[in-house]
Ligand binder design. Structure first.
Ligand code: COA
Length: 188
């Protein structure tokens, strides 16, 4: 059954993480890691300013006010100390109630610990159990192995490769499209 999930703020808890709604003050922690060269590698941005971080977090605050709610982007925090280490979200496609796009990013200081996989798995479960989705999709820069590994670990299948689909930082980039269907999720 399809649900709208409007109203109360969303919170998800995993073994090591608490995923919560963004608040304005989070922009400081977001800016700190988005300025990191390692983070910027597969994005068109050369750097990030305080105004960029304000707009970035502001977009997620705006999504919280949607009625009914179609987009969720949650702050990923460590249960151990409450520190914000990234974010992860599910955004329904315009005019498509059954499909949402998943996206995630982490502070490079916390890469390689399985946090992205843990957070994204919680979002995927939420998407199929509570949002009533039938399909979750994602796309990423083909060279971004860490990101493709997260999707593959969650059972996503690669559905296509768009050659020279992006141009930034003086070169072309292929992008990969991934999808996970409800029945494939159930089988895991
Ligand atoms: C993509 C990202 C969120 C992965 O975060 P993470 O917490 O390191 O991921 P995990 O620890 O859950 O690891 C997932 C897999 O990626 C691999 N991985 C992690 N960092 C890697 C790196 N720098 N290079 C290659 N593989 C890497 C892990 O070994 C693991 O693979 P395995 O299952 O074969 O062991 C993180 O690299 C990131 O924030 N990148 C910048 C933002 C971004 O690119 N977001 C995605 C946009 S599509």
């Amino acid at each position: 059954m399809r649900q709208e999930c409007g109203g109360s703020p969303l919170g998800l808890v995993t073994n090591r993480l608490a995923l919560r709604e963004f608040v304005e003050a989070d922009r400081t922690a977001v800016l700190a890691y988005q300025r990191d060269e390692r983070y910027l590698r597969y994005y068109p941005w050369d750097g990030r300013s305080p105004a960029d971080a304000r707009a970035f977090v502001g977009m997620f605050l705006e999504w919280q006010r949607e009625q009914p709610r179609r987009r969720f982007q949650l702050a990923i925090t460590l249960k151990a100390n409450g520190a914000l280490i990234g974010n992860c979200g599910l955004r329904r496609k315009p005019g498509k109630d059954w499909e949402a796009d998943i996206g995630y990013e982490l502070n490079p200081e916390h890469w390689g610990c399985g946090y992205a996989t843990e957070a994204a798995q919680a979002l995927v479960n939420f998407g199929f159990r509570k949002m009533g989705l039938d399909r979750i999709s994602s796309w990423c820069i083909a060279d971004n192995t860490a990101s493709t590994r997260v999707l593959e670990r969650l059972g996503f299948r690669q559905e296509g490769r768009l050659r020279r689909n992006e141009y930034f930082k003086g070169r072309w980039w292929d992008t990969l499209l991934y999808g996970l269907l409800r029945e494939e999720w159930k089988a895991t």
